[in-house]
Design a protein. Structure first.
Length: 536
């Protein structure tokens, strides 16, 4: 503590000895009891000079290990406090000569770390002009740090909530504008074209086929725009086939829209994760690539994903201009910055036991995300449940018994009615049943034993990919024609890999569906309407 305090201590040695003789620190039983307390205990004079302290209180003042117990006697407690705490504690000492008061001690450890203690001060003996003072002290440093962290966290959450609401509102405005200015206008043109067709059909010089062709093209364009919008909001491929397939589909569309060349390096056998984890990783890729497009001005990007050390590790890298990563901290900036979405993804991943980091330089940005693999629950349809549903819901539709038995599977009744109407005029085709989802399809194939299943991919409870796999497992002779809105690059190879026999986009139903049904019933495959179907 310095020469002054050392001299002070040496002068008061006799008084310390007298204090021991009076029984405060000299009695071994009291000393053992006081040293065993988990709370700091000391007696000081009204000026702060220590008369007695237990071992715990020695730790309060952070004396060296050799200076324990009575060796601290004579030192002044005020000398150990940081300046602004010294004045506050001195005032508490003056009041404590007469009444009990509560106060605070703030000291610097030998590692220059601030430590904070809550203290209770009371007169020792009869209150008077110069009484000694009891001090009880317990450390609250960790509690205060936890409180500050909680406060910071609440501030971060408030900031994030506000930013997300603003982003959500902006996105809704953009979607509303697109729907009104693009899709809405196209629908208005379609309505006018249909009205013109209705009013003029049969009129001399009016070419109805041209009008119908132009109107059909517009309908297909609107259908494609709506499908793209819905897939961007939530890609159903993520639920059906997992992260790798969903990323492949998304990167294909992103490259077409942005003209940014994206290299994908994803581990071949990527395991399925829980839905929340797969969505979180997908959103990190989506947000990162959006930032590349809007802010990085990079012509290329790279996506990498692999399993290592029990975690799925994702890397998104670009070669753009970079940005200051301080902008990712909402406490440092309240502006709209590229990192707002990334900050939200970090919070989301941390809730799932994962993490996210961002490194950025003028040569590019690297986003790293990870989530633990854990024990992921697998969606399953018990065989006995499928059998029960088959018994209760597999009543066949009326058929003439002479044609090929066909089961129609789609969760939209209007689509099922449309397919039935096409088949009504197709000789040799009998619709034996309809199913409203993948689970219903599995059970009805067991009960009805159809020759052909016409099935959508995106359905509730059980999607078409999983349903097709299960149907092929217990009834490989049943043909499966996938009839869906999906139209990304790997769709045909994926469908082939699970044993399906045909694929028709719903956008080409009027031209390809009947052709595909005929080909499959002849034992052929149908995957490309521009090529002659080949025999199986």
């Amino acid at each position: 503590m310095g020469q002054k305090n050392q001299l002070r201590t040496s002068k008061r040695r006799p008084e310390r000895a007298e204090t021991r003789r009076n029984g405060l620190s000299g009695a071994s039983s009291f000393g053992a009891l006081a040293d065993g307390l988990g709370i700091g205990l000391a007696v000081v004079c009204s000026e702060g000079e220590i008369r007695y302290c237990n071992t715990t209180f020695t730790g309060v003042l952070d004396f060296s290990p050799a200076s324990i117990g009575s060796d601290c006697v004579g030192l002044n407690i005020l000398d150990r406090l940081i300046p602004h705490s010294r004045a506050e504690f001195g005032e508490a000492l003056r009041h404590a000569r007469y009444v009990s008061v509560d106060g605070k001690l703030e000291v610097l450890s030998r590692e220059d770390q601030l430590r904070t203690f809550r203290v209770s001060l009371s007169p020792f003996g009869k209150p008077g002009i110069h009484p000694d003072i009891w001090i009880l002290a317990h450390e609250v440093t960790e509690l205060l740090e936890a409180g500050r962290a909680l406060s910071d966290s609440k501030g971060s959450v408030s900031f994030l909530s506000a930013r997300l609401m603003q982003t959500q509102d902006a996105e809704r405005r953009r979607m509303a504008r697109d729907l009104h200015d693009i899709t809405g206008q196209e629908l208005a043109v379609i309505l006018m074209a249909l009205t013109r067709l209705s009013n003029n059909i049969g009129s001399q010089g009016f070419d109805a086929k041209v009008e119908l062709a132009e109107t059909t093209a517009l309908v297909r364009k609107v259908e494609n725009e709506i499908r793209t919008l819905s897939y961007v909001l939530h890609p159903p491929m993520l639920d059906e086939l997992g992260l790798k397939s969903a990323l492949g589909w998304y990167l294909e569309g992103f490259t077409k829209r942005s003209k940014i060349r994206v290299e994908m390096d994803i581990q071949e056998a990527l395991p399925r994760l829980s839905r929340d984890k797969e969505i979180a990783i997908f959103r990190v890729v989506q947000e990162s690539l959006t930032n590349v497009l809007r802010h990085a001005h990079s012509a290329t990007a790279r996506i990498g994903a692999e399993v290592k050390r029990g975690q799925l590790a994702l890397v998104v890298q670009d070669a753009g201009q970079g940005f200051s990563t301080d902008l990712l901290n909402p406490g440092k900036s309240q502006r709209v910055v590229p990192g707002v979405g990334i900050y939200g993804m970090r919070e989301r991943l941390q809730q799932l036991g994962g993490d996210l980091s961002v490194e950025s330089t003028p040569r590019g940005t690297v986003v790293r995300a990870s989530v633990p693999l854990g024990s992921e629950p697998q969606e399953a349809v018990p065989e006995e449940q499928a059998d029960q549903e088959a018994a209760s819901s597999a009543e066949p539709l009326s058929t003439n018994g002479s044609g090929h038995r066909i089961l129609i599977v789609d969760d939209h009744e209007l689509l099922r009615v449309g397919i039935r109407s096409l088949l009504d005029n197709e000789p040799g085709c009998d619709v034996c049943g309809e199913a409203v989802d993948g689970m219903d399809a599995v059970s009805k194939v067991r009960a009805l034993k159809p020759e052909l299943v016409i099935m959508d991919l995106i359905m509730p409870r059980l999607g078409g990919f999983v349903a097709a796999q299960r149907i092929k497992e217990f009834r490989p002779s049943t043909k499966i024609l996938v009839f869906t809105n999906y139209s990304y690059g790997q769709i045909q190879s994926t469908i082939r890999s699970i044993g399906c026999d045909a694929y028709v986009s719903k956008a080409r139903a009027s031209t390809d569906l009947i052709l595909a049904i005929r080909a499959v019933l002849r034992g052929e495959k149908f995957f490309d309407s521009s090529a002659q179907p080949k025999s199986a």
